[in-house]
Design a binder for this molecule. Sequence first.
Ligand code: 8DG
Length: 328
Amino acid sequence: MTNEAGCRQAGSVWAGHRLRTARLVLRLATAADVECLPPLLDDWEVVRLTARIPHPYGSADAAAFVAEQESRRHSGQGVALLLERTIDGAVIGCVGFGLDGEGNPELGYWIGRAYWGQGYAVEALRRLIRHLFETLGFASVWAQVHPDNLGSKQVLAKLGFAPDGCGTCAMPARGESVVSPRFALERAKWSAAHAARPHLLVVAAALVDGDGRVLMTTRPPGKTMAGLWEFPGGKVAPGETPEQALVRELEEELGLDVTESCLAPVGFASHDYDTFHLLMPLYVVRVWQGTPTPREGQSLRWVRAARLADLPMPPADIPLVAVLREWV
Ligand SMILES: Nc1nc2c([nH]c(=O)n2[C@H]2C[C@H](O)[C@@H](COP(=O)(O)OP(=O)(O)OP(=O)(O)O)O2)c(=O)[nH]1
């Protein structure tokens, strides 16, 4: 869809949907977010190198931001998406894009200081960029960063952006203009890198007790998606069958003795994480020997199938909740 200038309209192609990453939900801001923004943005270290975020920053600024984003989206100028952590629902930052005069998306982003250094900006932007290329069909994206913003340059480098000259960047909230480097990423380059992502075969178990409850475990500290609730299991090692791998994993992770004949396959997850494609068969297990014992620092919880959806879990697992309701 195009506007009068012949540019693709951001709002007209953004139906308000949410994007999920391993640890985040990217979603539009609502009036309910007004109170959570000032604690993140009333911080000179976060905003000093940004162009439009006022300082100091209060509830009125947050309310103005929410209203402005709504009208920007509807008029096709751009979209801002808040980053909500799956594990606790906390809003931790924002990514978005605005369309330039040629209809190309320019990225913008900020992360609250408490959440720096944990890979959230790369994770969120990777998802947004994929959506811009794969779903919305843009041919390139670009970003301009303040010359002193080393962290932001590192983020763009990790995402495959290349230097693309310099331009004068207006910074109305700072009352100045700065000549700043530009960085760009073409769809062809992104597509080649994305197509080379590995496929990962992981096997998982829904252990079901006599009351029809399912054993869920948290992903251990130090692993990706630490703290999210998952089905016990793990990667299939070279030379192993999925069943052999699951028997091994249940012993290693939970100290359980399971025989292959007690594994009933009920479904699978096929989930395109941004850096790998996960294929994960799920087996229901009703018979085992031993008492589930967390051996890797995980927490354990027996959960009724009807309550599984209440747990924060990896995005790949969400469709399996409905599958399990039919089996448990
Ligand atoms: N076990 C398990 N992994 C899941 C689930 N959902 C989901 O997205 N995954 C993903 C997270 C990881 O990227 C991958 C499993 O890798 P992992 O590192 O936990 O596997 P592992 O136990 O073999 O660990 P390691 O020996 O390599 O440290 O699958 C799930 O319900 N259970």
